[in-house]
Design a protein around this ligand. Structure first.
Ligand SMILES: Cc1ncc(COP(=O)(O)O)c(C=O)c1O
Length: 380
């Protein structure tokens, strides 16, 4: 380590600290109420899901032992993939080690030099980062503003060989959704390749928990569907499913994110596979979670906080100032309630927030202390 290099790092870190943007590892200890995860049905603690992981370890060992194109792709991975294809009604697919890598691979390796990618302004960092590293030109449309998307499509489509549109189904920091039916109307008029990230829609939306595209009955029209195993499916890893075999074959042949990394562990595949079986049967929990989420927003509004009438379990409470956001997070934690504090660059400047993430085990009465702390904060 040279002193000059270390000094450079320290200067950058000091700046982050001064701007209240410094991030540090915090050991997650038990708290009374965890409103900070993405395990919307708490399936990581479900006996069937845990059994799925144990059985896969017993059968295939603790690790996959290699990258997928060597010998890492095992029958437990094939079983999981088959289940995902059937569930999401797609003919072709592949697994990735994380959703982050899956998005990077898609965006970096599918759109080419003659193409344009239109992405929602608040798209997840895994996609945003890849956009600036890929070969294609890209433009951002205003958040879930499909009229703006259509305007850009009409204006630019003729200049490019292929246009891609990329959006999340449920936005990870805002909990809101694009109108997928409207999006498909636009797609029919101005054809493009649609990439839909169902990271947060899976499990929560749709009759079988297949996601927002299932709920809106548009699964067939999604060309490339991405999802992670790390949220409702209580594991880790991801999948990319497609209508075209060429998409999957291309990623398999050129995506370094897939080719050069030891594949998912059998436990990850086994847990996710069992979690799908459980999720399929969770209709009543889905309904209660969405009701809880609606009531939570209503209660926020009644307490003088800005909210809306959506029903996704991700509820932002925008504070604006970074330092105040951290203070409120710490006050909640002192009261045993864990909530994520999200600051730039994860969210735009001036929109630092608490990101409340509800799950199906939360009861209305457990939320009382949360609202008491908010009240205390307002009256400070
Ligand atoms: C919308 C979205 N896409 C992709 C990812 C990345 O998924 P993973 O956690 O599997 O890397 C996340 C996770 O934060 C996400 O919220």
């Amino acid at each position: 380590m040279t002193p000059l290099f270390e000094q450079r790092l320290k200067t950058k870190l000091t700046r982050l600290q001064e701007e209240n943007l410094f991030r540090e590892m915090r050991l997650f200890k038990n708290c009374t109420l965890n409103l900070s995860g993405n395990d919307y049905f708490q399936l990581r603690l479900h006996p069937e899901v845990q059994k799925g992981a144990s059985l896969a370890i017993e059968k295939y060992g603790t690790g996959s032992g290699a990258s997928p194109l060597l010998s890492g792709f095992l029958p437990c991975h094939q079983d999981l993939l088959d289940k995902l294809l059937k569930w999401k009604h797609k003919p072709f697919g592949m697994l990735f080690n994380t959703g982050f890598l899956a998005n990077q691979a898609i965006i970096k390796h599918l759109p080419g030099k003659k193409d344009l990618v239109l992405a929602d302004r608040l798209i997840h960092h895994s996609i945003a980062q890849a956009l600036s590293q890929g070969q294609a030109r890209f433009k951002r449309y205003d958040h879930i503003d499909l009229d703006h998307l259509e305007e850009l499509l009409i204006k630019h489509q003729g200049k490019y060989e292929t246009v891609f549109v990329v959006t999340e189904s449920v936005f990870s920091m805002d909990g809101d959704c694009p109108d997928l039916n409207h999006l498909m109307d636009i797609k029919r008029k101005n054809p493009f390749v649609l990439i839909l990230d169902e990271a947060h829609g899976t499990g929560v939306y749709g009759k079988t928990g297949g996601g927002l595209a299932e709920e809106k009955n548009v699964l067939k029209e999604v060309d490339i569907l991405v999802g992670t195993l790390g949220k409702s499916l209580a594991s880790a890893g991801a999948y990319v499913l497609a209508e075209s075999e060429a998409v999957i074959q291309t990623l398999t042949n050129i995506a370094g994110e897939y080719i050069y990394s030891t594949f998912l562990t059998p436990a990850q595949a086994g847990a996710a596979s069992s979690a799908i079986d459980v999720v399929l049967e969770l209709s009543s929990q889905r309904e209660s979670l969405r009701n809880l989420s609606k009531n939570f927003r209503r209660r926020l509004e009644e307490s003088g906080w800005e909210s809306n009438e959506l029903d996704s379990p991700i509820v932002p409470i925008v504070i604006g100032d970074e330092n105040e956001t951290l203070q409120l997070r710490d006050l909640l934690l002192e009261n045993g309630i864990l909530v994520g504090a999200v600051r730039p660059p994860t969210v735009p400047r001036g929109t630092s927030r608490l990101r409340v993430s509800l799950h199906s085990d939360v009861t209305e009465s457990q939320l009382e202390p949360f609202f008491n702390v908010l009240e205390q904060w307002k009256n400070r």
